[in-house]
Design a protein around this ligand. Sequence first.
Ligand code: GSH
Length: 169
Amino acid sequence: MAYQLYYWPGLQGRGEFVRLALEAAGAPYTDVGRGEAAAGQGMPALLHCLQDPSAVRPPFACPVLVDGKLAIAQTAAILLYLGPRLKLVGASETDRIWTHQIQLTIADAVSEAHNTHHPVGVGLYYEDQKPEAAKVAKSFRTQRIPKFLGWLETVLERNPKGDKYLVGA
Ligand SMILES: N[C@@H](CCC(=O)N[C@@H](CS)C(=O)NCC(=O)O)C(=O)O
């Protein structure tokens, strides 16, 4: 059965991390938020997924991946689930947990990038926090991006199986 991805239509955002994995593996999936409401998809379906009052384990935010009866939120958790199923990660626990560490670090970078535009409040408009955003953006550019990218370069260089992939061959 095809996977269902629930993510905001019109932006790549964190949904893209899940799309990239599904696309790389050629896995069948429906990008529900980008579908037509008339076909039971689009925004109504997305909002239902996020706000379904009958969900015992409701997601906090999207992306959400649905596989049959299982609904998983949190990008890194979704990729932890998909990795072995799509054969995008090594079979050993060591490889899988290392890959997960890398993904969580990338998620930290994404969060910090988002924070550069919303340093005072996530719920406030960027226009209302421009001076603070400029300060945070400067330290993000000069300190944090180099640290994240430098670490990823090191991971590539130290991969014993070559520098094409972060983990394994
Ligand atoms: N840590 C979560 C963050 C999820 C998240 O912040 N999703 C955004 C879109 S990229 C959202 O819909 N946020 C709504 C909210 O936080 O209220 C993940 O990596 O999936």
